[in-house]
Design a protein around this ligand. Structure first.
Ligand code: SPD
Length: 428
């Protein structure tokens, strides 16, 4: 590479799986992984699905870029692997060949920017560097890059500035902190929104305070998941809580949020918190019977590491680990987005806790697809959240702690369900 500025491999992949060639999410993941496997530093990626079929996209890397255009109807992908420095782009080539299931391929390697044909300009590079440092991405608020959380038919997109504060492929998922002009910094896992600075309080206040006020005397609480720290921050606002154990499987989520979302990850140093990086499913399996007053399952959607958080066995173990009068709260998905997961979870909770002991609360999150989201409860012979009467205590707490979503009215209102949601959970 000594006599050229860059190395360009122009690749033809033929006989590829047409479904993969039309799947924008999996192509983006493969292209990003191809860069990472070759040791590249990924700056950003943008991918687009064309109607009715075809995908184009580019992964910008510190070492240049990887780009792709696909024609699913021909099982064909045209790929450019452009690199500078020591990176071995053939590693990316081998990886993509496997991922796309290419039956045939050809590759043409070219040196780009032959140094003996170029004349180095006599300009002051150091002043250019100073200028660049002053600019700090002047286009930040005009760039048109979008993050999309979607299923096959429905999506929610937020424009982000292009700033990527954190991007690590952990053993479990891709952990990113991006910045959106509308919602501030946000945590994404794989292709899903988890939380944003501007609307996290909707979720974190509603996953914790209704359960704590319903219980009335919770001292020992277990949180499974919740790696951003927002849930434990809210729980620890209650002075009567003596201990919170939090078990998060992915240490990268905690690290990313401590570094970049400190207002959410605000309670990790609280002495009442026992923070365990480990498997919450295994933890609850081994937990002593009747150990906890409240168990909160602050997991992500039922794909990847969170899949086991939706199983019957997991919730049976939670039931056993709750004290009599204990309360389980689980991230319950959306009756408008993940209707199946929403309904199945309630079937599971009714089965384990009893038909009348599996209430659902609905709340509004602008940054989750459809905006309508739920927490689902399992009551181990305790009182029903709807019977809570301590309006004054709640309102005092709300004003002392400066809460922005939860209040006594919302406590009751969130358990009032539209007819279509009642039909979903009573229909089975
Ligand atoms: N689709 C998002 C499901 C909610 C995931 N949990 C968010 C973590 C916030 N602490």
């Amino acid at each position: 590479m000594s006599n050229a500025l860059g190395n360009h491999i122009l690749v033809e992949f033929m006989g590829c799986d047409p479904h993969i060639m039309n799947d924008v999410s999996s192509i983006e993941r493969d292209m990003v992984d191809a860069a990472l496997k070759a040791g590249a530093t990924v700056i950003n990626s943008t991918f687009h699905h064309f109607s009715p079929y075809g995908v184009s996209g580019v992964v910008v890397i510190q070492e240049s870029h990887l780009a792709i255009h696909t024609w699913p109807e021909y099982g064909y992908a045209a790929v450019d692997l452009f690199t500078c420095g020591e990176m071995d782009a053939w590693i990316s080539f081998d990886y993509l060949k496997e991922q796309f299931g290419a039956k045939n391929y050809s590759a043409l390697e070219m040196k780009r920017g032959a140094v003996n044909l170029l004349t180095r300009l006599d300009i002051d590079l150091s002043s250019m560097r100073t200028k660049a440092a002053e600019w700090v991405n002047p286009e930040m608020y005009t760039r048109n890059v979008w993050f999309t959380d979607k299923d096959e038919n429905q999506a929610l997109s937020l424009r982000y500035t292009g700033e990527v504060f954190y991007d690590v492929q952990s053993p479990f998922q891709r952990v990113r902190i991006l910045e959106s002009p509308k919602y501030g910094k946000m945590l994404t896992l794989d292709d899903m929104f988890m939380t944003t600075e501007a609307d996290e309080f909707h979720y974190h206040e509603m996953i914790s305070h209704p359960a704590l006020f319903t219980h009335g005397n919770a001292k020992n609480i277990l949180v499974i998941g919740g790696g951003d720290g927002g849930t434990v921050r809210e729980i620890l606002r209650h002075d009567g809580v003596e201990k919170v154990t939090m078990v998060e499987i992915d240490g990268e989520v905690i690290k990313a949020c401590k570094e970049h979302l400190p207002s959410i990850a605000a309670a990790f140093d609280n002495p009442k918190l026992d923070l365990i990086v480990g498997d919450g499913i295994a933890h609850i399996k081994q937990a002593p019977a009747e150990a906890y007053d409240i168990i909160i399952v602050d997991g992500s959607d039922p794909v990847g590491p969170a899949e086991g958080l939706f199983s019957v066995e997991f919730y049976r173990n939670c039931y056993n680990a709750l004290k009599p009068g204990g309360i389980l709260v689980a991230q319950g998905e959306s009756p408008k987005f993940n209707e199946h997961a929403f309904t199945e979870l309630n079937v599971t909770l009714q089965h384990i806790f009893g038909k009348d002991n599996a209430p659902v609360s609905l709340f509004y999150v602008p940054t989750y697809p459809t905006g309508m989201w739920s927490f689902q409860y399992g009551l181990k012979d305790g009182r029903h959240p709807k019977s809570v009467q301590e309006t004054e205590a709640i309102d005092n707490f709300v004003s002392t702690k400066g809460l922005r979503y939860y209040n006594a009215d919302i406590h009751h209102a969130s358990f009032a369900l539209p007819n279509f949601v009642k039909a979903l959970i009573n229909g089975k």
